[in-house]
Design a protein around this ligand. Structure first.
Ligand SMILES: O=C(O)CCC(=O)C(=O)O
Ligand SMILES: [Fe+2]
Length: 335
């Protein structure tokens, strides 16, 4: 099935200076009107190689309570592994449209895996200025290689290598966040599926846009994951909603951007906040990003952790299977 790609729309628009009306956001969303340009605090950056573990845990927990997002540096994933991950992803999106369509999302399938341009149902037929590719990269038993590009030929090796390096970062994050809640260090990982936590890779491709003042890449949302670990390219565009304002995230070379997703907010009974975020697009340059969503297996029931509940802290969220939570979220049905 043909994918209506934003990349194809962009190549036509660049000859003109306008964009189709379905990409023009309502004023309350337009970046030119809603981005805050005053002095604001920066998203916290944490050096996770610091041997003072207590300090690192404290910083992670504070950032997760106050922001729901932070950047990590000295994370142990070699820079050249990240550069190669970016190179093979870019090469895939530079293939002719027909070749990319071989990986198109299956219509009517339950899974979000594959190449496409629409994720969530959007109100009034509005569109986002972004194409994407989704596929799982971990654990090996969850992988469907049908959705992994065969071109470039090193795509598979590079993604497998990245997934392996991620394991240590994943453990550090789950452990730090658990200790930060006063829980035993394995608790949040176990409650998210333990060794069955799935790593869902997404590549976002945001082509240059003649009217970046009017369009959005990804519209405002929180991630449905437990945690998201994101590699950006050098073109800024990520914005977070903090103290009622949309503010720009700073690009820090070689840092990974960590988002607290809905499942950690639920497990922590709201102590940690899933960050509301969106992306803007650039007039001349292609922005790309590689978020990996750490997700519970679909049948796992996720709800507030019992140790965090008492009379003063009643559960703020329902416990439900992850697959039911995602279905409601993607179809905009109340949880
Ligand atoms: O491109 C980005 O920086 C963020 C993308 C994002 O929020 C998402 O894909 O969920
Ligand atoms: Fe996101």
């Amino acid at each position: 099935m043909a994918v209506e790609s934003v990349q194809a729309v962009a190549s036509i628009c660049n000859l003109k200076d306008s964009i189709p009306s379905e990409f023009i956001r309502p004023e309350i969303e337009q970046p030119a009107i809603t981005t805050y340009h005053g002095i604001v605090p920066e998203i916290p950056t944490i050096d996770i190689s610091d041997p003072d573990v207590e300090k690192v845990v404290g910083l992670m927990a504070k950032a997760s309570r106050e922001w729901g997002i932070f950047q990590i540096v000295n994370h142990g994933i070699p820079d050249d592994v990240i550069r190669r991950l970016q190179a093979v992803g870019r090469q895939f999106f530079e293939l002719p449209q027909e070749e990319k369509e071989a990986y198109a999302k299956q219509p009517g399938s339950q899974s979000i895996e594959g190449y496409g341009s629409k994720l969530q149902k959007e109100i009034e037929g509005k569109k986002s200025w972004v194409d994407h590719l989704f596929h799982k990269i971990w654990p090996p038993s969850s992988i469907n290689y049908r959705f992994w590009p065969k071109i470039p030929s090193s795509y598979r090796e590079v993604n497998e290598e990245y997934a392996k390096y991620m394991g240590e970062v994943v453990d550090k994050l789950f452990q730090g966040l658990s200790i930060g809640l006063g829980l035993e260090r394995h608790r949040l990982k176990e409650a998210s599926g333990g060794e069955e936590v799935e790593y869902m890779m997404k590549i976002n491709y945001y082509p240059p846009c003649p009217r970046p003042d009017l369009a959005l890449g990804v519209v405002a949302h929180t991630d449905l994951s437990a945690i998201t670990i994101l590699v950006p390219n050098e073109v800024p565009g990520l914005q977070v909603f903090k103290d009622d304002r949309w503010i720009d995230a700073k690009y820090i070379p070689n840092a990974l951007i960590i988002h607290i997703g809905d499942q950690i907010e639920i497990l922590s009974n709201g102590k940690y906040k899933a960050v509301l975020h969106r992306t803007t697009v650039d007039k001349e340059r292609t922005r790309m990003s590689w978020p990996v969503f750490l997700e519970p297996p679909s049948e796992l029931v996720v709800g507030p952790i019992a140790d965090l509940l008492d009379e003063e802290n009643p559960p703020k969220y329902k416990a439900k299977k992850f697959k039911d939570y995602s279905f409601c979220k993607l179809n905009k049905i109340p949880q």
